[in-house]
Design a protein around this ligand. Structure first.
Ligand SMILES: C[S@@+](CC[C@H](N)C(=O)[O-])C[C@H]1O[C@@H](n2cnc3c(N)ncnc32)[C@H](O)[C@@H]1O
Length: 389
């Protein structure tokens, strides 16, 4: 294939990280709505910082609000086929004086869905968000918080949103900006990280980035009494570095399963988009078509290191948990493991198989001939005391 054809010409050029973010949102919602819509009589989708922001498409197809609306429209059809018709309401908030009229015009053009656009300063209207979420009986709110900086992620500020129950949140934590300013007391990072802030400010590099994410994720978990939290880093489009981390909080294991499926799809998607962005950059600087495909020339080390670290941390936590319990249901172990970023169920199953082969783990109730253990079969994991490997 001609190299030029491989170069992405999409509206996300030079901001592939935004495309990845939108893909995560869209994929997650595609799984979430049919599950929640099967029992809730109303779904309230609230984008607290809606944009449009750096959108280049005249029809705003490259915005989070348009992408969310399109997926929610499709899932409404899926639900209808299953005999379910929950109402769906959308609240989009944007206070920028040039962005809001565009958002308003877009929303005014929608007639098949209940959409409300408000020119609110989000910080001044937290209670209105809560009221919107609670307006209808048996409603399930999904709240998206995607700020430009970090100030609006102050835990005390958003606490009323985090405590909405039922409810789920997806938060964009701009780690690449936070690390630049973290040491400055006037930036009030204590409002995000509480007592962890001085320690975090004294760390550096990847360790600091990792601890920032876990500290904020824990603060969200604690404030909203969420049972599960997942995080997912999104890389910069052409640099070997993370741009931001998405933090997803839920109280239901099904939500985590959908997020895991999203992760499984989005990680290769992100590498693919970055490979195309790198190819475009090479072409622009050399003017020459490459001899090899964008995949073959793709460069990345940061995500690989991140995944290796995540494997190390998860395995150690799992071994501790197995060692501390007489026996552990496979499903419960996976529930713990699945909250770790960039770890898939097959990774987990392969570790168990290896430990079994090494003679340090017994898997009970596994049918003869079944290569990898499975959920929902009452399979118990039993660490064999005294054996070390
Ligand atoms: C990162 S952008 C959101 C992008 C959008 N979620 C997307 O992916 O297409 C953040 C938006 O929040 C808006 N914003 C910033 N501070 C705000 C505030 N206090 N209240 C409401 N909107 C605000 C900005 O004008 C900007 O459009």
């Amino acid at each position: 294939m001609e190299a030029a054809f491989l170069v992405s010409s999409s509206e996300y050029e030079d901001r592939e990280q935004t495309e990845v973010k939108h893909e995560i949102l869209q994929r997650y919602l595609s799984g979430f709505v049919p599950i929640v819509g099967a029992w809730a009589s109303d779904i309230a989708y609230i984008d607290c910082l809606a944009g449009p922001w750096q959108s280049v498409d005249p029809e705003f197809r490259d915005t989070s609000f348009a992408r969310a609306l399109s997926v929610l429209r499709k899932t409404r059809e899926v639900l209808k086929e299953r005999g379910k018709s929950p109402s769906m309401r959308y609240l989009f908030i944007e206070n920028n004086s040039s962005a809001f009229p565009k958002l308003k015009r877009y929303c005014d053009g929608i007639s098949d869905i209940e959409v409300t656009a408000k020119p609110w300063d989000f910080a001044q209207h937290i209670q209105d968000v809560v009221e919107f979420a609670k307006e209808r009986h048996d409603s399930f709110p999904f709240i998206f918080l995607d700020p430009k900086g970090w100030e609006l992620l102050d835990i005390e500020l958003i606490r009323p949103i985090l405590t909405l129950e039922p409810g789920e949140v997806l938060i964009n934590l701009m780690t690449s900006w936070i690390t630049r300013f973290l040491a400055l007391p006037e930036k009030r990072f204590d409002q995000l990280f509480g007592k962890d802030w001085p320690t975090l400010a004294n760390l550096s590099g990847e360790e600091q980035e990792e601890k920032i994410v876990s500290s904020y994720a824990n603060a969200v978990r604690k404030a909203g009494r969420f049972k599960y939290i997942c995080t997912l880093p999104v890389m910069k489009s052409t640099q070997d570095a993370f741009h931001f981390h998405l933090i997803y909080a839920t109280r239901h294991v099904k939500g985590v399963e959908v997020f895991k499926e999203t992760e499984k799809y989005v990680i290769p998607f992100m590498h693919d988009r970055r490979a195309q962005a790198q190819e475009r950059k090479r072409f622009l600087s050399s003017g020459q078509h490459p001899l090899f495909s964008s995949d073959a020339l793709y460069k990345e080390t940061r995500f690989t290191r991140y995944r290796l670290r995540s494997i190390e941390v998860t395995k150690s936590e799992l071994r501790q948990r197995l060692g501390a319990s007489k026996e552990l249901l496979y499903d419960d172990a996976w529930e713990m493991v699945m909250q770790h970023s960039a770890i898939m169920e097959n990774d987990f199953r392969e570790w168990l198989n290896k430990w079994k082969a090494d003679g340090i783990l017994e898997i009970q109730n596994q049918p003869r001939g079944q290569r990898l253990p499975r959920r929902g079969q009452g399979q118990m994991l039993k660490w064999i005391p005294g054996v070390t490997k």
